[in-house]
Design a protein around this ligand. Structure first.
Ligand code: SIN
Ligand code: FE2
Length: 213
């Protein structure tokens, strides 16, 4: 049976040096995390950002924490305000911070101090093409990514866009951590398949925690 409530114990799946999937790690907290996302989005609605090249992103985004990731004609950047309403991003909920720090620790990264949490919402067909997370100052700090709702195919590649990729299904509650020698690996999400998740409806959500400054 589909294990929604986290009765299944989490397990660790190594991906590369400095990169692991903590399978089901956040599943028990799934409903609470989704409730926090809804609260944040009520104040700072999901937006389809426009890339520097002028394309509307298929993934809708909002943020919490001191800094939020944004995109516009002046490029990708971190900002302490939401450009759509000029207000500061909401604080990172304590449960988000603890989960991110514990997951990083379990993946071998002590003292992760995230100051930014990007919240992605994927609808059917939404995708994120291969990219590196490289707008952060301190690349010694890892990335922690929490998947919720509908499953998606995650691509985890090398250090050049054209390198081969591993393709991994990320399901509700899976946490991926990459840092150290894997910090700049290309990664992406293939177009989301339609579905209905009991807690998240027709969507996949992803939280990515970063130390931006
Ligand atoms: C990201 O690369 O920022 C998000 C990846 C994901 O949605 O799993
Ligand atoms: Fe990314």
């Amino acid at each position: 049976m589909l294990d929604l409530f986290g009765d299944e114990a989490p397990w660790v799946e190594p991906l590369a040096e400095g990169a692991v999937i903590l399978r089901r790690r956040a599943r028990q907290q799934g409903a609470a995390l989704l409730a926090s996302i809804a609260q944040i989005a009520a104040q700072h609605p999901f937006q389809h950002l426009i890339t520097p090249g002028g394309y509307r992103m298929s993934v809708a985004m909002t943020n919490c924490g001191d800094l939020g990731w944004s995109s516009g004609r002046r490029g990708y950047h971190y900002s302490d305000v939401d450009s759509f309403n000029g207000r500061r991003w909401p604080a990172m909920p304590q449960g988000f911070l603890l989960l991110a720090q514990q997951a990083a620790q379990e993946a071998g990264f002590t003292d992760f101090q995230p100051d930014a949490c990007l919240i992605n919402r994927y609808e059917p067909g939404a995708r994120l093409s291969l990219h590196q997370d490289k707008d952060e100052k301190d690349l010694r700090q890892p990335i922690v990514s929490v998947s919720l709702g509908l499953p998606a195919q995650f691509q985890f590649g090398g250090f050049a866009r054209g390198d081969g990729v591993q393709r991994l299904l990320l399901e509700h509650g899976d946490v991926v951590v990459w840092g150290g020698p894997s910090r700049l690996r290309f990664h992406g999400i293939l177009p989301l398949k339609p579905g209905e998740h009991p807690l998240a409806g027709p969507y996949r959500y992803n939280l990515t925690f970063r130390r931006a400054r």
